[in-house]
Design a protein around this ligand. Structure first.
Ligand SMILES: [Zn+2]
Length: 129
């Protein structure tokens, strides 16, 4: 199965990452199992945002509440690696929830991954309008 990702979502992730070259940016991926429609940029509240991220828990709670109330589903998260590659770090693997989609932006590259048993497998995706 090829995951569809809207151009708007991909462009928003790259723009968010490019606007913050010294610290990791992060946010939520909204949509369904087969298509990521939009992103919700969130505050990175990690103690050391230069090389780690933690999505603002308030934003996370609000997004889950909205999803329960019929809003867009949360299918995963994105973040950036300002000085790294678009592959997940060991810390990322430890934090990943099984089945979640993770998008990592690094230096204009995009990596799309699915968390499986505290590890990641690459996800085939297609940019669609
Ligand atoms: Zn990371």
């Amino acid at each position: 199965m090829v995951l569809e990702i809207s151009s708007a979502a991909l462009d928003a992730i790259v723009a968010d990452a490019n606007a913050s070259p010294a610290r990791e940016v992060c946010g939520l991926l909204l949509g369904t199992r087969v298509r990521i429609e939009a992103v919700l940029p969130c505050r990175n509240v990690a103690e050391n945002p230069a090389d780690s991220f933690e999505i603002d828990p308030q934003a996370l709670i609000a997004a889950h509440r909205a999803a329960r109330d019929g809003g867009p589903g949360i299918v995963g998260c994105y973040h950036s690696h300002p000085n790294g590659s678009a592959t997940p770090s060991a810390r990322d693997a430890a934090a990943a929830e099984n089945g979640a989609i993770w998008i990592i932006a690094a230096g204009g590259e995009i990596g799309v991954w699915r968390a499986v048993s505290a590890a990641f497998e690459p996800v085939a995706y297609e940019r669609r309008r």
